[in-house]
Design a protein around this ligand. Sequence first.
Ligand code: AMP
Length: 218
Amino acid sequence: MNLVFLGPPGAGKGTYAKRLVEKYNIPHISTGDIFREAIAKGTELGKKVQDIVNSGNLVPDELTNALVEERLRQPDCANGFILDGYPRTLNQAQALDGMLSSMGKTLDAAIYFEVDEETVVQRISTRRVCSKCGKVYNLITLPPKQDGICDDCGGQLIQREDDKEEVVRSRYRVYIEKTSPLIEYYRNQNKLFTLDGRKSVEEVMKMLFNILGGIKKK
Ligand code: AMP
């Protein structure tokens, strides 16, 4: 299954993608995770994108498109993939269509997690990530068993630099301006499925499985 997850920062895309990985045995490809990992490791890519990512702006399309194309050509994408946080501009969406068609593939669905700005700000300000394994928590809806400590690996939980309120509001504005036109783009391709991303994780998962079940039978 070839899927795109759309929605503002804090809509839960990463959380839901991670839960689908095992069930469908397809990789979760988060361009944000790829950039953050490169920054943490201090690679050439990391140095190039560090200031852009920390300020909440978008990395140039050309660089991002090349990175995704290389990733989609890896053998683990043979049965499908979940793209989370990509595409984020019309240029990226068109580039994705082009790269998929050159690989003889098409997108099955774009799942749109609809969430308003205040929910996003409230959620992200209470989001924490494990500094060691990257697992995502929310102090209110998905708290760790022990304060400040990752349930899985014992790593320390931290707040992402771009999860501070001013940066989150600016990322939301970037989303509205640059990414939200993709909703129309995928609607016009009859590939758009919209979910109420304000609902609980369990409710959203249920709706998501319903949608994906329908797609698989097609
Ligand atoms: P995310 O974890 O998806 O919220 O992404 C974190 C940051 O990485 C974004 O605010 C951008 O700076 C950068 N980024 C992630 N994906 C993309 C993309 N598809 N295009 C441009 N920049 C991106």
